[in-house]
Design a protein around this ligand. Structure first.
Ligand code: NAD
Length: 494
């Protein structure tokens, strides 16, 4: 079989029956690298899907140089022409939407329907950012002098390093690339070593457009090697990182060396508050959906519940059958699943250890509570826990798996206080039919997002930004776009 002979479909990006050796995309070319490689496997059955380069510091430096060379001409292009390039990329994504979704299913273990949503949303997101071409604005300020006009210009920052996690790997390419490019920056992207193949497929699609060489570069590699080389390279002007708090903290320190700007989208431990006057069917379904989506591996989804005592049992009675009816398995072989496997063995072990700790600390397992008995794959049983307390790790640390702990509270004030008493501050939600309670919660919850009577999930026109250890800066919408710009004041005396 040749490289592009595919399983099922004949396109340039589909996974091949014989695992491909993917190449970095630097300065408009796929570049062979002689060094070490990383094996990418399917978390559902362990099959080898492909090999990517573990790029060394010289390779990373060549990608940064290419991005620097390309940036001045890219910035000079009218934004509307940059938008045309972005739209050519989103059109390619749409054309190959099924193959791209299949890659996500196979390398991340995502269920097919969610993988397709991720790919389609990515194309929409690129188009949304392209729409900003005619809306990028500066300001005209009034001067203290009679003969002066003051302008605030917004300029690109230069070269962006985009470092991606594995949980929504394809969408995260767009979340970094689209706002960076429309504002006149160029970019070097390093995908997660767990899920890089979708990014190499994306590079293949970009290569089929006439995007100028060097505007988008992709390098494979581990965080500790390629990632480290990228964030410490003095040619990088902004590090836009999405991942764990530990890595974000490390990157911020490394960025200190060159005083490189950082934009950090980190972990979460989102609270969901359920009051006695809530529509409990709606609350249970929204919280359940939010907990099993992507097998619980989502930064912004409900990770802990605070429920008023009087409706605790009624809420649990609604959640239990939902958890028990969860269908999970290998999404590349089974249709109509709620969940796939966790992304790797370390993820599975982390979830299992978190539940064991909760048990030892006195929590009650209502359903689930163990590694699933399956022939292959990193599957954990959908797990509902009651009797959780504020001092338990399960209520404080990010679990990143299909596990939902519930704690009783006496009232809204206690729920808000417990919610805010967290290292994390990404998203939060409240379920209530009382407008005053909803408004009080949105006023007092110290989180970047608060959802009222709905599941946690942000819109592309919003601003996704975490407080406390959940991050610095944010993404999406106008405010996310301007994170990729810096200002220049111009004082004009006439
Ligand atoms: P991670 O921190 O382990 O890795 C993220 C990326 O950082 C990977 O590409 C990795 O190779 C790279 N990296 C690791 N060490 C590095 C170093 N020293 N220098 C440079 N790069 C380095 O995170 P993950 O496990 O891939 O992702 C899961 C985490 O991401 C969770 O905590 C989740 O909450 C968070 N997340 C946050 C958001 C958000 O919008 N706030 C979105 C998605 C995921």
């Amino acid at each position: 079989m040749t490289k592009h002979e595919t399983i099922g479909r004949d396109t340039s990006v589909a996974l091949t029956a014989t695992p491909s050796n993917y190449q970095n995309f630097i300065d408009g070319n796929f570049v062979a690298s002689s060094g070490a490689t990383i094996e990418v496997t399917n978390p559902a059955d362990g099959t080898l899907l492909g090999l990517i380069p573990n790029s060394d510091a010289d390779t990373v430096a060549s990608a940064v140089k290419a991005a620097r060379r390309a940036q001045p001409a890219w910035e000079k292009l009218p934004a509307i022409e940059r938008a045309t390039h972005l739209r050519a990329i989103s059109a390619k994504v749409r054309e190959h939407r099924r193959d791209l979704a299949e890659i996500l299913v196979r390398e991340q273990g995502k269920i097919a329907s969610l993988a397709q949503i991720e790919v389609d949303f990515t194309a929409d997101y690129i188009d949304y950012m392209a729409e900003w071409a005619r809306r990028l604005e500066g300001e005209v300020l009034s001067s203290d002098r009679a003969d002066e006009t003051i302008l605030l210009l917004r300029k690109p920052i230069g070269v962006v390093a985009g470092i991606l996690p594995w949980n929504f790997p394809f969408f995260l390419i767009a979340r970094k690339l689209a706002p960076a490019l429309i504002t006149g920056n160029t970019i070097v992207i390093k995908p997660s070593e767990e899920t890089p193949i979708n990014a190499f497929a994306f590079a293949q699609l970009v290569a089929e457009t006439d995007l100028p060489a060097g505007v988008f570069n992709l390098i494979g590699g581990r965080g500790t090697t390629a990632g480290e080389a990228l964030v410490t390279n003095p040619g990088i002007d902004l590090i836009s990182f999405t991942g764990s708090v530990a890595t974000g903290s490390h990157i911020m320190q490394a960025a200190g060396r060159n005083l490189t700007r950082v934009n950090l989208e980190l972990g979460g431990k989102a609270p969901a508050i359920v009051l006695a006057d809530a529509d409990l069917d709606l609350a249970a379904k929204a919280i359940y959906d939010s907990r099993v989506i992507n097998t619980g591996q989502v930064c912004n989804c409900a990770e802990r519940v605070y429920v008023e005592e009087s409706v605790h049992d009624a809420l649990v009675a609604r959640l239990k059958p939902l958890f028990e009816a969860t269908r999970y398995g290998d999404p590349s072989k089974e249709a109509d699943l709620h969940m796939g496997p966790l992304v790797n063995k370390a993820g599975l072990d982390k979830v299992a250890a978190a539940v064991e700790r909760a048990k030892a600390e006195g929590a009650t397992i209502v359903t689930g509570g163990a590694i699933a008995d399956r022939a292959s794959g990193f599957h954990y049983q959908p797990t509902l826990i009651t009797g959780a307390r504020a001092d338990m790790d399960i209520m404080r640390r990010e679990t990143f798996g299909p596990v939902l702990p519930i704690q009783k509270v006496k009232d809204l004030d206690e729920a808000i206080a417990l919610s805010n008493d967290s290292d994390y501050g990404l998203t939060s939600s409240i379920f209530t039919s009382n407008l005053n309670s909803a408004i009080k919660a949105s006023r007092e919850l110290k989180f970047g997002e608060t959802y009222i009577n709905r599941e946690h999930f942000e819109a592309m026109q919003g601003f996704h930004a975490g407080r406390r250890k959940s991050g610095i800066g944010g993404a999406d919408g106008k405010h996310g776009l301007y994170e990729f710009t810096e200002t220049q004041m111009v004082y004009i005396r006439t």
